[in-house]
Design a protein around this ligand. Structure first.
Ligand code: HAM
Length: 421
């Protein structure tokens, strides 16, 4: 039988997988510098957490969740996103009773049963940050700029910021009603008409041209914000401008999750085709209450690691050969006793901070030397029977071909010296 990775999933292999590590590191570093602590939550949660948190009428909950009943009869769901789990963990452990905001970052896999295409997978990875328990435009601006700092540190120049405000529980209902009465007058299919009644904001995100054309005159949320939301949004915008951030106001920006209030934003990249969102987030002041907690106004984002790698490749920043896993020293043992000795030597070299690998599988000298060249090493240690008898090994400079016999006891210091000069 020939097994394949399940549809919509794929494997990251070296050397390309190095980019995944680099992206996770680069995206989390700015948050760590800003006082965000690392949180790791389970890969699965109670299904009800997402149903209530993400929203019963979202695509994620109605169509895309990997849900199953475990052997104890519980309904379990592989996490489609990380925000609801983080809020659950904060509430469960009472972190919100300490100093606020609680600042957390995470990195992990997510699962959505989506139609697979380039940049859209059923298994994907995100880095995210959440700042919980503070309503402060400066916190929104901090969160937004930390994402941009991550992209910038990767050298990406093509990331654009789209910004919107979705209002609050005071002004959203009136906008919802205005939008619904506009949408009811359009020529829409049955399914979309049903959506108008349940989740009208989602209709604004319809990608079909025949629907888009009808949406041009739709009322905009930013025209329906209450005074407090308007002032809040203006302050976020002013802080971003003061930070030198360019952004595009996008009053039609709606997100695929229902918990958002006020500030919402997306990071988009032009080089990715249809799936242009490399990250997104916003404020979710009501989420805690939706899952049974106290009011806990919060803001955060999640950035897609896989899509960020695609963005790096689109901008030609992915590097080529230099990404390959390389070592400084490569061991070529000839014979069983030599292998035993080489095994020990390598451990000593690595303990001394030298990266080292060796030929495994008892290969002949020719094959082993080929591997030494491929490994990118500067030096090979060749150890044959005659060397062993003399208590030495040959150090070969792989660039010049020059070879010298060195006493075994001096191999580590000799190589260390050669590699630092
Ligand atoms: P989201 O917009 O659903 O937000 O996902 C964030 C990012 O994850 C997207 O911009 C995209 O880069 C990546 N992503 C999402 N779905 C897929 C997929 N099927 N394949 C590949 N990449 C994908 C959230 O998940 C919210 N929890 C963000 C947030 C945090 N809001 C507040 N705090």
């Amino acid at each position: 039988m020939n097994f394949q990775a399940p549809k919509g999933t794929f494997d990251w292999l070296p050397p390309r997988s190095e980019l995944v590590l680099a992206v996770r590191e680069a995206l989390s570093a700015p948050a760590r510098r800003a006082g965000y602590g690392y949180i790791e939550t389970p890969t699965f949660e109670d299904t009800a957490l997402f149903a209530r948190g993400v929203g019963e009428s979202t695509d994620i909950v109605t169509k895309e969740m990997y849900t199953f009943t475990d052997k104890g009869g519980r309904s379990i769901t592989l996490r489609p996103e990380g925000t609801a789990p983080v809020v659950r963990a904060v509430l469960q452990h009472g972190l919100h009773n300490g100093p606020l905001p609680v600042k957390l970052w995470y990195s992990g896999n997510n699962f959505r049963y989506e139609r697979a295409q380039k940049g859209r997978y059923r298994h994907f990875s995100q880095v995210g940050i959440e700042a919980l328990g503070a309503e402060d435009p400066a916190l929104d601006a901090e969160v937004i700029t930390l994402g941009l700092d991550g992209y910038a540190s990767l050298g990406l120049t093509g990331v654009e910021l789209l910004l919107n405000s979705l209002g609050c529980k005071d002004c959203r209902p009136a906008y919802r009603t205005a939008l619904q009465s506009f949408l009811r007058g359009l020529d829409l299919d049955e399914q979309t008409r049903a959506r108008v009644e349940i989740n009208p904001l989602r209709v604004l995100d319809d990608k079909r041209p025949e629907v888009r054309a009808q949406l041009e005159a739709a009322p905009l949320v930013t025209d329906h914000l209450c005074e407090a939301c308007k002032a809040y949004h203006e302050e976020v915008r002013a802080l971003l401008r003061a930070a030198g951030v360019t952004f595009t106001d996008d009053p039609r920006l709606v997100r695929g999750l229902d918990y958002y209030t006020r500030t919402t934003f997306e990071y988009v990249h032009g080089g990715l085709g249809a799936q242009s969102a490399v990250g997104g987030g916003g404020r979710y002041d009501g989420l805690s209450e939706m899952i049974g907690g106290p009011p806990l106004p919060s803001v955060g984002w999640a950035i897609g690691v896989d899509r960020t790698v695609l963005a790096l490749e689109a901008e030609g920043l992915a590097g080529g050969d230099e990404r390959a896993v390389r070592v400084q020293v490569y061991g070529v043992p000839l014979g069983e006793e030599a292998r035993r000795e080489m095994f020990t030597l390598l451990r000593e070299l690595r303990a001394a901070g030298v990266t080292a690998d060796m030929a495994f599988g008892g290969r002949g000298v020719k094959g082993a030397m080929k591997s030494a060249d491929r490994s990118g090493a500067s030096y090979a240690i060749i150890l044959g029977e005659r060397d062993l008898a003399a208590g030495t090994a040959q150090i070969k400079d792989l660039a010049s071909g020059e070879q010298t016999a060195v006493p075994l006891a001096e191999i580590v210091t000799t190589l260390k010296e050669k590699l630092t000069t």
